[in-house]
Design a protein around this ligand. Structure first.
Ligand code: FES
Ligand code: FE2
Length: 321
């Protein structure tokens, strides 16, 4: 990635690393995100935790064979035991363990996903993950699909405001009532627009959508078209210098007609995943132009890039370059 993009692979922010429902109490998983090997587990107290993978003793991977012990985890190699904060609390055969620990990442669970806070300078979280579907029982269970794509997260979400590719890549006709408004507000970018979706039918149908980003790792697309309320919730997480994992989750407010709810969900799922796959070959093969030729039919790309710089520790230097 270093050769492809003039900024760090992992910006600062909350990043999704899995679904809450896939991690039961006592489960331990080895995962790799943000260029780091991590151990993800759910402690006896029901809290999801993420530690740096490699044990401070001889370097075994805590996520491969580690066992949940109380709120923490025991290393599979020599049984060193860490508490829920990562502090070493027990060494088998020793009265008092040496002062050591595993780095515990800040974790939050929201919208059915598990997030970790990443900051290049270890600065604590400066914003929260925005919550959706407060009345969860009124919504359908999440349908989710994950992809691994060779693109930087910044390049990926530039897509949201890149309005001149909608017709070429996604075959979207301009809506009758044209509306496209972008606001940058702190760590969120909010895009209100009318979209005419023709991906699945020649006629197309028009919808009003609000897209809200939450830092560099989360995008929520809300469609409100009485009586339909739909939410596409997307997390994009750098895996390493090359790849980003993108998870598209979909849920809608249940209609009285269950069959209609099901068929609309299915159709939307199809459209979302189709549209996503249309972007992939462009993303994976493009280069990053620092000074693209921006015309008035393009979206506010320059503003977007300036806004995104807040998520890099060296953002001001990038600004000057
Ligand atoms: S490597 Fe973990 S206890 Fe020895
Ligand atoms: Fe796109």
């Amino acid at each position: 990635m270093a050769s492809r993009y003039p900024f760090p692979a992992s910006p600062n922010g909350w990043f999704g690393i899995g679904a809450c429902e896939d991690l039961a109490v006592g489960d331990v998983q080895a995962v790799r995100y943000l260029g780091r090997d991590l151990a993800l587990f759910r402690g006896g107290d029901g809290t999801a935790r993420v530690f740096d993978a490699h044990c401070p003793h001889f370097g075994a991977h805590l996520g491969v064979g580690g066992r949940v012990c109380g709120d923490g985890i025991a290393c599979p190699f020599h049984g060193w035991r860490f508490d829920g904060d990562g502090a070493l609390v027990e060494v088998p055969g020793l009265d008092r363990p040496p002062r050591a620990g595993a780095k515990a990442w800040q974790v939050c669970e929201c919208n059915g996903r598990i997030f970790v806070w990443h900051h290049a300078d270890d600065v604590p979280p400066s914003f929260d993950v925005i919550g959706y579907r407060q009345d969860e029982s009124a919504w359908t269970p999440w349908r989710s699909n994950s992809y691994r794509v060779r693109v930087h997260v910044q390049d990926l979400t530039e897509n949201i405001i890149d309005r001149s590719h909608f017709s070429t890549v996604h075959d979207m006709k301009p809506p009758v009532l044209e509306h496209f408004e972008v606001r940058f507000s702190g760590t969120s970018m909010v895009v209100d627009q009318r979209l005419s979706v023709t991906a699945v039918s020649e006629v197309g149908f028009e919808v009003s959508t609000t897209t809200t980003t939450c830092g560099p790792g989360i995008v929520a697309v809300e469609v409100s078209q009485d009586p339909i309320e739909m939410l596409t919730y997307i997390t994009q997480t750098p895996i390493d210098d090359e790849l980003t994992e993108v998870t598209l989750c979909f849920s809608m407010k249940r209609l009285e007609d269950e069959a209609a709810t099901e068929s609309i969900s299915e159709l939307n799922d199809k459209v979302t995943n189709l549209q996503f796959s249309q972007d992939v070959p462009i993303w994976e093969n493009k280069i990053y132009r620092e000074r693209p030729i921006i015309t008035k039919v393009d979206g506010p790309v320059a503003q977007y890039r300036r806004w995104f710089r807040q998520f890099y520790s060296n953002g001001n230097e990038l600004l000057e370059s």
